[in-house]
Design a protein around this ligand. Structure first.
Ligand code: OGA
Ligand code: MN
Length: 194
């Protein structure tokens, strides 16, 4: 079962790609629940926008249950994953924050670590891809590196696919996309820092 594979891979190698995590039907329903107006992405919640356009060029909106049933279903699914990770791996995940991202043609996100030096609460990163018509040559691949910056793999942002990885351990980047590219990024958070 995929949940067991997720647990095994996350604990042994620190990442896992779950194809068909979500059905195309559910993805369509989520897309239809996203508000029309998105915001230029910031690097972290609360950071300033200035200068960030050279690092990332995408638009985002934080997801809330009030946006409708398809979003609630997604949040429920992620809550099941959170409980499973806590039961099996004792990760102490307390919360989940998640936003929808849209990269326009030409959009990218330069190499970064989601939780550098473990200073923040982000423990596990998740990215769900939502691009039904993706083809080779469209760009927009996620490139994942190890701690020594050796490239581990490249991933096409195919609809229904979800990647999980430990937020402190894997530098990654989004290559320039030749097509509109949509995804939902999420982070399981540890207890608030004192
Ligand atoms: C992020 C991120 C990767 C992707 O939002 O932090 O790295 O493939 N996203 O969309
Ligand atoms: Mn990231």
């Amino acid at each position: 079962m995929s949940m067991d594979k997720l647990i095994d891979s996350l604990s042994s190698q620190g990442w896992y790609v779950w194809d068909d995590f979500m059905s195309l039907q559910h993805i369509q329903a989520i897309k239809n629940s996203i508000p029309d107006t998105l915001q230029d992405a910031r690097i972290g919640r609360g950071d300033t926008l200035q200068g960030n356009k050279s690092i990332r060029a995408d638009q985002t909106v934080w997801l809330e249950p009030e946006m409708g049933e398809p979003i609630v279903n997604y949040l429920d699914k992620m809550e099941q994953v959170r409980q499973e990770l806590n039961c099996q791996l004792y990760l102490g995940l307390r919360d989940f924050e998640t936003h929808f991202c849209r990269y326009p043609n030409g959009g990218f996100y330069k190499k970064h670590v989601d939780n550098p030096r473990g200073q923040g609460r982000r423990k596990v990163t998740t990215v769900l891809y939502m691009n039904e018509t993706w083809q080779a040559g469209d760009g927009g691949e996620l490139v994942v590196y190890d701690k020594e910056n050796n490239q581990l793999f490249e991933l096409e942002p195919l609809a229904g696919r979800m990647i999980f990885f430990m937020s402190e351990e894997f530098p990654h980047e989004v290559l320039p996309t030749q097509q509109k590219r949509e995804s939902i990024a999420g982070w399981f958070l540890t207890e608030k820092l004192l």
